[in-house]
Design a protein around this ligand. Structure first.
Ligand code: GLU
Length: 385
């Protein structure tokens, strides 16, 4: 697909998630960049005026807390960061409320943790609520609930959160506004030869290798989490744009006439195209929002059957089990130390230990019961790549 055409197709998106990072929202002093916030809110209000739905995923709660307390370095202790997030989140919302209010736009704060999206019931509940906020005509402003999230209940970075949220609300577009212009062929800070890649049709290992370790001292992202977010978005059929959030026209590609503005120059940013065959909402949730309770290690034959032929996981292909889990829980599927899929098991870890490597016809005899032939049915299995 032509690059310009691919960018132009984005203009029909009706529901979009816009993520903005701490580096865009704060100055190097740690204080909030109010001009950047104003420019962002103005553009979002304008998009809303066009009749579209916008969700904002915002970082900078910790950064705003640090700025307010004049703390220059991000603290290492979790409790310090959590306390700063509690201080900063209120400051952030106060400013967003004020700025959006100037354009007559109502906002709603939504704070999520990994637990809220990992559990299917809670995921669906969050989905209904966020959709209702949009039905009320308000803009959901989403952040991780940093004050209570730690370790396993932490999503960890807002790039990933924004990609999860895009799946949650069936967004048609995810835009990540950052302090970089997009994905480059080399690190632009190190090489003057670095060129911006305007279109990524497939996130290959070569593309992943381009993700160096950028990031600011106030936020937690970097190019790595942006590529990870792109993978989550495109696997769910959602295009993702990575572009610089500092200007007042960073979202203008959504409405300007790209062709007449610059004949062969696409907008300044990187567009990651959705996969031609992508996961539906439930399988997207399973692949990217759940928290695995363990893993099953499979042999190369089973891996090929699952990944290439769309088969279920049978006991015969299982080599080993990791962790303790019950029937109905979510586990990773791993081959040669690489996790390539995730699914919901029909048997507990103890039962799988006993039936691994056996033919499905032997299961009932070994266990004294047989729920299903498959350890993970295809309908309950999502491939990662
Ligand atoms: N949730 C964090 C905050 O509001 C930001 C995480 C990130 O930078 O990705 O400070």
């Amino acid at each position: 697909m032509k690059t310009i055409e691919a960018w132009q197709n984005l203009q029909s998106a009706q529901r979009m998630v816009i993520k903005v990072g701490t580096s865009t929202l704060t100055y190097k002093t740690g204080k909030l960049n109010l001009s950047a916030m104003e420019r962002l809110v103005r553009q979002l209000a304008d998009i809303k005026n066009q009749g579209r739905e916008v969700l904002l995923v915002t970082s900078a709660a910790v950064g705003a807390g640090m700025g307010r307390l004049n703390i220059k370095e991000k603290p290492n202790t979790i409790s310090d960061r959590q306390a700063l997030a509690a201080i900063g989140q209120g400051i952030l919302m106060h400013i967003y409320e004020k700025l959006f209010g100037e354009y007559g736009v109502v906002v709603a704060q939504v704070l999520l943790t990994k637990d809220d999206v990992a559990d299917r019931q809670r995921y669906l509940n969050a989905r209904t609520t966020v959709r209702q906020i949009m039905a009320f005509g308000a803009v959901p402003i989403i952040n991780e609930n940093d004050t209570v999230a730690f370790d396993q209940i932490q999503i960890g970075d807002n790039d990933t959160l924004s990609a999860m949220v895009s799946g949650l609300v069936d967004a048609e577009l995810l835009v990540i506004l950052s302090d970089v212009d997009g994905l480059f062929s080399n690190d632009p800070r190190e090489s003057s030869q670095a060129t911006l890649i305007p279109l990524v049709e497939d996130i290959t290992p070569e593309i992943e290798a381009l993700a160096g370790g950028t990031g600011s001292k106030f936020g937690s992202g970097g190019m790595k989490t942006k590529i990870a977010a792109a993978r989550i978005a495109v696997s769910q059929g959602i295009p993702m744009v990575l572009t610089n959030g500092s200007g007042d026209r960073s979202l203008s590609f959504l409405h300007k006439n790209i062709k007449s503005d610059a004949v062969d120059t696409p907008p300044h940013g990187t567009l990651f195209l959705p996969k031609p065959s992508f996961l539906g909402n439930r399988k997207g949730w399973l692949a990217f929002s759940t928290r695995p309770a363990g893993a099953v290690l499979v042999d190369a034959g089973a891996s090929k059957a699952i990944a290439d032929k769309g088969k279920s996981l049978l006991p015969s292909g299982i080599l080993a089990v990791e962790g303790t889990f019950g029937r109905g829980e979510v586990v990773d599927i791993t081959c040669c130390s690489e996790t390539f899929a995730r699914g919901i098991v029909n048997y507990s870890s103890g039962d799988i230990e006993r039936i691994k490597g056996k033919h499905s016809s032997e299961v009932e005899c070994i266990l004294g019961f047989g729920h299903e032939q498959e350890v993970i049915h295809r309908n309950n299995l999502s491939l990662w790549k």
